[in-house]
Design a binder for this molecule. Structure first.
Ligand code: 5CA
Ligand code: ZN
Length: 420
């Protein structure tokens, strides 16, 4: 699949401290990406209603990580999937009378536009579930050959408990696992299963649903194995970061990790499991199934500057849960205008120490609010020291140019409004 176009990434002077990042599996902030090449797999959208602020928050969080690694001198190999075949997409197709493929194409196209507008750096590989079906079938056959798969009717299940490390991503007790599994697409109560937590890796053809011919039979992949397969195909073991929103930690990341570990007989699947917080709206987690959504594209069409949307997201540390508010967006738009005015000041204060503060904050588990505080402090001093600013959004001094470059490279917030 095609990703979206990249944007220019300015190079900054000096050195960045190495990134320390919270890992769900150990519950600790630990050094990330020991090697020169950093690898990251981030779960992509299920394209039936894109792109809401929850999605945007998650992809901007991992974009921040991408940018901080790049500033730290890493080459980043970034893979993201698109779940372009799954139950929710087929349900939406039935409910609206549209073809599931045209829904997926349309929403994926919109997602690309939104990501580009938000200056999210694209993954190097953007891979659809449908195009991965032969690969998934191969991995399932491999698990089958090891005796780790059994059939219920014609559907195939993975024995999650065959992995001695199952549970080591989220450390949940079994009751909680079963409850979350039921809430998030699993089927703990299906008769015929050996263990309630065993997960579907291959679903045989259902009436009126699409199916593909593979050596496993006529059907389609389960969800978790899709991401395990794509990550193994394009990154291999062991990846530096497996990422997604916190609602994916269990079962999706726990089960995908176990599948990959049992396929390869290696552990762990990922050195860090990184989870962004949930964005709420109208009192609930923003979700396609509930329909309480604020869309990036809707705001863009109202004329909201995507950089203000990005600032509204970055005002929250990526791991916190928070509620979207129009007030938060207004605050972000004001901050953007202030920063754009400040870089245009003719004689602002020096910017080196601000860059250093931003890098320190971001290297410490991506504390974007503290990085924004550093920018605000500089802007406050710049605007106080200057009687007259020239045009907003054009750096009028070396320090202004350095602040604009730092904001662009590290935060993905472009302050210069010319030459785009
Ligand atoms: N296709 C699967 C992953 S393989 C999927 O979960 N798709 S999704 O479209 O439902 O979600 C895409 C990403 O957005 C996931 O990382 C999910 O955790 C995140 N996400 C969904 N809703 C929210 C929300 N309200 N706040 C923050 N992140 C969210
Ligand atoms: Zn996934």
């Amino acid at each position: 699949m095609r990703a979206w176009p990249s944007v220019h990434l300015p190079e900054l002077p000096g050195n960045a401290p190495p990134l320390r990042l919270f890992d769900t599996a150990t519950g600790q902030v630990r050094p990330s990406a020991p090697g020169p090449v950093a690898t990251m797999y981030v779960c992509g959208i299920t394209p039936y209603d894109a792109t809401h602020m929850g999605h945007a928050n998650t992809y901007v969080a991992f974009d921040l990580l991408h940018r901080i690694w790049r500033d730290g001198g890493h080459d980043v190999r970034y893979v993201q999937n698109v779940t372009d075949i799954d139950d929710p997409l087929l349900e939406r197709a039935v409910a609206t009378g549209q073809d599931w493929r045209s829904i997926a194409d349309r929403e994926t196209a919109l997602f690309r536009e939104d990501m580009h507008a938000l200056r999210v750096l694209p993954p190097g590989e953007y891979i659809g579930a449908v195009e991965s079906i032969p690969s998934v079938a191969g991995y399932v056959a491999g698990l089958q050959a090891k005796g780790l798969v059994y059939a219920v009717d014609d559907d195939l299940y993975f024995r999650v408990r065959s992995d001695p490390n199952f549970g080591s991503v989220t450390h949940l007790d079994e009751e909680t696992m079963i409850r979350l599994f039921a809430e998030r697409g699993g089927d703990p109560d299906r008769p015929g299963k050996e263990h309630p937590l065993d997960c579907l890796v291959w679903q045989s053809e259902r009436a009126d649903e699409p199916a593909w011919d593979t050596p496993l039979g006529h059907g389609r992949p389960g969800w978790h194995i899709e991401c395990a397969a794509i990550a193994l195909d394009f990154l291999g073991m062991t990846i530096d970061v497996q990422g997604g929103g916190s609602d994916l930690a269990f079962p999706h990341h726990e089960m995908g990790a176990s599948e990959a570990q049992m396929i390869t007989d290696q552990w762990p699947f990922a050195r860090h499991y990184v989870h962004s917080g949930m964005v709420a709206w109208q009192g609930h987690k923003m979700s396609k199934s509930r329909g309480n959504l604020v869309f990036v594209s809707a705001l863009r069409h109202e004329g909201v500057d995507p950089m203000a949307i990005r600032l509204a997201l970055l005002a929250h540390h990526y791991r916190t849960d928070w509620a979207w508010t129009p007030h938060g967006l207004e605050g972000a738009a004001e901050r953007l205008a202030r920063l754009r005015a400040a870089i245009a000041v003719a004689d602002p204060p020096p910017a080196e120490s601000t860059l250093e503060r931003m890098r320190e904050a971001l290297a410490d588990d991506l504390r974007s609010p503290a990085a924004l505080d550093a920018l605000d402090d500089w802007a406050h001093r710049a605007l106080r020291s200057s009687a007259a600013a020239n045009t907003q959004g054009r750096a009028a001094s070396e320090a202004g140019a350095l602040i604009a470059a730092a904001s662009d490279a590290l935060l993905g917030v472009r302050l210069e409004t010319e030459g785009d």
